[in-house]
Design a binder for this molecule. Sequence first.
Ligand code: MRU
Length: 310
Amino acid sequence: MTPVRWRDGTLEILDQRRLPAEEMWLACTTWQEVAGAIRTLAVRGAPAIGIAAAYGMALAKGGERDDAAAGLRAARPTAVNLSWAVERALASPDPLREATAIAAEEAARCDAIAAAGASLIPSGARAMTICHTGALATGGAGTALGVLGEAHARGRLAEVVACETRPLLQGARLTMWECMRRGIPARLIVDGAAGQAMRRGEVDLVIAGADRIAANGDTANKVGTYGLAVLARHHGLPFYIAAPSSTVDRATGDGGAIPIEERDPDEVLRIGAPAGARASNPAFDVTPAELISAWVTERGVHRSAADLVR
Ligand code: MRU
């Protein structure tokens, strides 16, 4: 399972909007097509959009590189991996080699995150998660889902409790699909059932990914993550964030400065709201550092933001 592959001068992107019903690959030969695929979530997940954007830079012709960098950076504002990867490709004399290196590094980071994070999962744990943080979001084993996959491989995980993740259903469509393919026991709940599941004692911990972690540890991730963190604190459950160092943004002081992507209200309305209804659609929220028990990166488990950004 890989979100992108490079073949003979073309970036092929597995169209995640169509999964799990259909496995369709988009063939991108221009940076504009890559930016479009990122903007419309054909490829999504912070590390994966960074990787795709770096390959997008490799598709830019000589004179286009600055425009390509600006266009790719603007495709989605919240995940810092995107601008981080674009900057690396822009600074490189060989963007394709840089993109290939970024993809390999992100996969290696996932392996290290999985190994470090699995130590946090107690035997028999039932772990709640949100959105999708597996192979398709990272190009490797995944971040939060990578940790859970490793815990499962070690015989420690009883169940993943996957929040469906409105409005685009990354949890229902992608986390459930990936768990089933990897043989990880998983149960899907609607987002609104998270509190009741914790109250009933059906959850031992929460673990999520991240799109940007500010210098003070405040963490932006899929909208709904903050609510899970508040619920976890109320129910005395640990709340973990798993992310590679490419998601840590030392230049952003705290969560208030993280740009939050506002998406088309139609994504919220189209399930059956009456014509003319209004909606807002923030794609991410910010969980304050004080609600986070630990961050897991490729460098290990960090119990404080100071240790995380060291
Ligand atoms: O809008 P998406 O699907 O790109 O949102 C993705 C998330 O919120 C993930 O949790 C995050 O990018 C980490 S992916 C390893």
